[in-house]
Design a protein around this ligand. Structure first.
Ligand code: ADP
Ligand code: ASP
Ligand code: MG
Length: 447
């Protein structure tokens, strides 16, 4: 059971979360995110060299106490406070190390992981106060192992599985309820490595994989996986059942409700993923599993990913030099830069990358200076992912979709179609992207 930032973001939310956990009697492991706002504050802290540490730590302390003071029993409070202060001073020490000039990158992920260390502690004491035999465990304690670049780790599934069999499964078998830090694992040197923003969903799926869970539950602040981001489309509705593939495409291309990699471990072992609302636990939510054939709806859900840039490289008759295309792509995507779409013509290769990686990408392309005629860059782009059944098999689906795009005055900048049976992806300017989403939803999903 994974609880996101808003589900542990206040006293009321913590209490609801504890109610949901205590409502079950089966073996269960809990994964938590940092309280909402805390990871952002840690990231800001890193950029503000002059920010006073004691006042920041006091703010964090107050925030966690406000959310737990009335929910932790009098008997347990001294023990909680002692551990809370120990963790806060650990953070203070880390900020001190970070501010020393060397090794900044090394401490970045460790610093980012602190929110989860604080929230898991609070929730575990709240559960204990309700008579549940709970304990707070960190990713280090149980051996969630990871590899990858800072801020972009992935779990080592086989190693994690064998570690968790040894460390976590016995706790579950004893009927204990561990509250695990989300968001990060440990690299081969034992240092924290985060799974990217929103990474606690993924960590929950990794735990579900490792312990052969019947189900992974993602408890959040909306009624499940919806036909669009409800913040963008008021008429968005919950999709009660989804196939792994649909959810994975949408999450990868911007549906923030799930971390992009959440489906991967779950699908491997056929563990169902439920998305449920902490603030409306009676709601049906969404069940994501292996759904052989979907609903036959033309459009099921639309997602939007902003902050992208289209990079076009020109070289005459590029198609006749496949090794060069391969080398360019390999060079761009090394060091963890994600390529969200690729399109080719006789003499052009267009790739879509996150705008914040652009400097790095341009630097890499310098290595091909002698072979390329030109490089053009177009920022402020957004990718729209439209998922439906039979995107490839039914006639006229793309015509309908692009007609809607034209209606709102948006221009299609790049198309990626045919690679997936269920998704049609295309780029438009960021300014018009939300209008496109709303119009598509209105026309083909519901107003
Ligand atoms: P948590 O803190 O619980 O992990 P997030 O903020 O990461 O929650 O994810 C939940 C949010 O995802 C929702 O509040 C919603 O605005 C957004 N969202 C984006 N796309 C979708 C979608 N297709 N269905 C549901 N929520 C979505
Ligand atoms: N706390 C982390 C974040 O804000 C991870 C998560 O919430 O899943 O990105
Ligand atoms: Mg999230």
């Amino acid at each position: 059971m994974k609880f996101g930032g808003t589900s542990v973001g206040s006293e009321e939310a913590m209490s609801r979360t504890a109610d949901i956990i205590t409502g079950y009697e089966c073996q269960r492991a809990v994964v938590v995110s940092a309280m909402s706002g805390v990871t952002n504050s840690l990231i800001t802290m890193m950029s503000e060299q002059d920010r006073e540490v004691p006042s920041y730590l006091a703010w964090l302390r107050g925030k966690h106490l406000d959310a737990s003071r009335t929910l932790i029993s009098r008997e347990l409070m001294p023990e909680y406070l002692e551990e809370l202060d120990r963790r806060l001073s650990g953070l203070g020490h880390l900020i001190y190390l970070y501010r020393q000039d060397e090794g900044r990158i090394m401490y970045q992920d460790a610093l980012c992981s602190w929110g989860e260390r604080l929230s898991s502690l609070a929730l575990s004491f709240i559960l204990r106060s309700r008579g549940i035999d709970s304990l707070a465990v960190t990713s280090e304690d149980i051996g969630i192992t990871a590899r990858g670049s800072p801020g972009n780790g992935g779990a080592e599934l086989a190693i994690t599985e064998s570690n968790l069999r040894r460390t976590l499964v016995p706790l579950l078998e004893q009927g204990r309820v561990p509250v695990i830090t989300g968001y990060y694992g440990c690299d081969d040197k034992g240092r924290p490595l985060t799974f990217g923003r929103g990474g606690s969903d993924y960590l929950a799926a990794v735990v579900g994989y490792a312990v052969n869970a019947d189900e992974v539950e993602i408890w959040t602040d909306v009624d499940g996986f919806m036909s669009a981001d409800p913040r963008l489309v008021r008429a968005a509705r919950t999709i009660t059942e989804m196939d792994y593939g649909e959810a994975a495409e949408l999450a990868y291309f911007g549906a923030k409700v799930l971390h992009p990699r959440t489906i991967e471990p779950a699908k491997r072992k056929g563990v169902a993923v439920m998305v449920k609302n902490t603030f409306n636990p009676q709601g049906a939510g969404t069940r994501i599993h292996g759904l052989s054939r979907g609903s036959r709806d033309m459009l099921r859900s639309v997602a939007l990913k902003t902050g992208l840039t289209i990079v076009k490289v020109y070289s005459s008759e590029l198609v006749y030099q496949p090794e060069m295309v391969a080398r360019i792509l390999a060079s761009i995507s090394s060091n963890g830069v994600t390529i969200y779409a690729i399109s080719t013509s006789l003499s052009t290769l267009a790739v879509v990358v996150p705008s914040d990686s652009l400097d790095e990408v341009c630097e890499r392309l310098k290595g091909f200076r002698d072979q390329l005629e030109a490089i053009k860059v177009k920022g402020g782009a957004a990718l729209i992912c439209a998922v439906g059944d039979g995107m490839l098999e039914s006639y006229g689906v793309s015509a309908k979709i692009f007609a809607a795009v034209a209606e709102v005055g948006a221009n299609v900048e790049l198309i990626s179609e045919g690679a997936s049976d269920i998704a049609l992806n295309f780029m438009v300017g960021e300014v018009k992207a939300a209008d496109v989403i709303r119009r598509l939803h209105e026309l083909y999903i519901g107003a």
